[in-house]
Write a protein that binds this ligand. Structure first.
Ligand SMILES: Nc1nc2c(c(=O)[nH]1)N[C@H]1C(S)=C(S)[C@@H](COP(=O)(O)OP(=O)(O)OC[C@H]3O[C@@H](n4cnc5c(N)ncnc54)[C@H](O)[C@@H]3O)O[C@H]1N2
Ligand code: MOO
Length: 403
């Protein structure tokens, strides 16, 4: 058995960012930028009004009330026809370009119309620059708006559009093939024969891969026979990563490692000193589609998802070129006493609440690695290092934050 940090380092060092591809802005949400987004123009491109009102020379509006001649009206999208001089103002609307000579905006609410003049009656003396957005106020040409390695949010996409990019260069999505194994497995919706259970791991893992930004290819269920497994493994050629679930342990029906090795897989490691997730396996298989990394996950549903969170998520993040490869580890205080730990690093499914001091994590009494219902209710996984001494309620621990 190797340690969790060792397993993490070995897995992460085996993955590198994939190549770039170009996507239209409306396809870019959640993708990871491969090249930074830099501004192709200043924004705003010229000084504009931030309010509906009148563009004035601030020196004309020091004593109220004051009456100014309105020389033109400027709407957003049109340019001023002329400069304003002493005693003059221009009617102006939000987003419209400021005329030469004007250095302040008086909002409409502080004015009264007076034929072709405007009377400024309220709001006090005009202040230079008031309600004016200067050229490049938001960003200047050449400025970096979104750094490479960032997963794009709606505001990033808005910013990229404002920076005048109709498309973006993002990292290709990792293709992650998923094989479930086991004679007992049937698809959700089917009627169970005696001894059968519903296959949930393929769906959970595919959802996890998609959430991480990968493209999941769920290849279905292999029977506990070498030929069935070998068939499905062949179909994973061309993927960047193959995940198997089940058949990773030591029983006679645990065939995954053997079949992969027979196909030429170079095993990096098998078994991690952790709970859940001990029988995890990692290796590389040469296929017709190139080198395929293989992470063999344990079959217990909680073990499969916990190890996916710790190892598959970071591997996908590395392939995407993300700057932060996770998982998200935070501090919490224990809600209950915990006994001393043994040789394996524990990840305790826990209810998580929050108070003014931060998170409180209360590990569930039952930590069975087949209990998906407990995982689904978990806000975090309390980490217990190998040989950690007993810990009292209230003491600080580290926790993998879920959700
Ligand atoms: N003698 C030992 N037995 C076991 C050990 C050990 O060290 N010595 N390790 C235990 C640990 S820890 C784990 S974890 C499991 C993992 O075993 P496998 O990866 O071989 O998983 P399976 O035996 O195939 O399945 C375990 C369990 O999970 C259910 N399962 C499997 N696939 C799915 C699926 N796609 N969806 C839902 N549920 C699934 C399966 O029916 C079993 O109940 O081994 C321990 N044994
Ligand atoms: O390590 Mo296994 O994953 O607990 O039940």
């Amino acid at each position: 058995m190797i340690s969790v940090p060792d397993a993490t380092a070995r897995i992460l060092s085996a993955f590198a960012p994939l190549g770039p591809e170009i996507v239209a802005l409306d396809q870019a949400l959640g993708r990871v930028l491969s090249l930074p987004v830099t501004a192709r123009l200043d924004h705003p491109p010229q000084a504009v009004s931030a309010m509906d009102g009148y563009a004035v020379r601030s020196e004309d509006v020091q004593q109220l009330p004051v009456r100014l001649k309105v020389v033109e009206a400027i709407a957003a999208g049109t340019l001023p026809a002329r400069a304003i001089g002493a005693g003059e103002a221009a009617r102006i609307f939000t987003g419209a370009a400021l005329p030469q000579g004007a250095d302040a905006i008086v909002i409409q609410e502080n004015t009264e119309k007076d034929g072709d003049h405007v009377r400024i009656v309220d709001g006090g003396p005009a202040i230079k620059g008031k309600h004016i957005r200067a050229t490049g106020n938001d960003f200047a040409q050449g400025q970096v708006g979104v750094a490479a390695g960032r997963r794009l949010t709606p505001s990033d996409i808005g910013l990229a559009a404002a920076m005048n990019w109709p498309w973006l260069t993002v990292t290709r999505q990792p293709r992650v093939a998923i094989i479930s194994t086991g004679n007992e497995l049937v698809q959700p919706g089917e009627t169970l024969a005696p001894g059968q259970i519903i296959a949930s791991n393929g769906f959970a893992l595919a959802a996890f891969v998609a959430q991480c930004g990968g493209e999941a290819i769920n290849l279905g269920i292999a029977r506990d026979e070498e030929s069935s497994l070998a068939d499905l493994i062949d179909r994973a050629a061309g993927a960047d990563l193959l995940l198997t679930s089940g058949g990773a342990s030591v029983g006679e029906h645990d065939l995954v490692k053997g079949v992969l090795k027979a196909k030429g897989m170079v095993l990096d490691f098998w078994k991690i000193a952790m709970r859940p997730g001990k029988p995890l396996m990692f290796g590389t298989l040469g296929t017709a589609g190139g080198a395929l990394k293989v992470i063999g996950l344990p079959g217990n549903p909680v073990s499969a998802l916990v190890t996916a969170t710790l190892f598959v998520g970071p591997a996908i993040a590395r392939m995407l070129g993300e700057t932060d490869v996770g998982p998200r580890i935070v501090k919490a205080r224990l809600g209950i006493d915990l006994p001393a730990n043994d040789v394996r690093q524990d990840y305790l499914r826990s209810a998580v609440t929050e108070d003014a001091q931060g998170f409180i994590a209360t590990p569930f009494g039952k930590q069975d690695s087949a209990m998906l219902s407990a995982l689904s209710r978990s806000g975090g996984l309390v980490i217990r290092a190998p040989h950690a001494p007993a810990a009292k309620a209230g003491s600080e621990v580290e926790m993998v934050r879920l959700g």
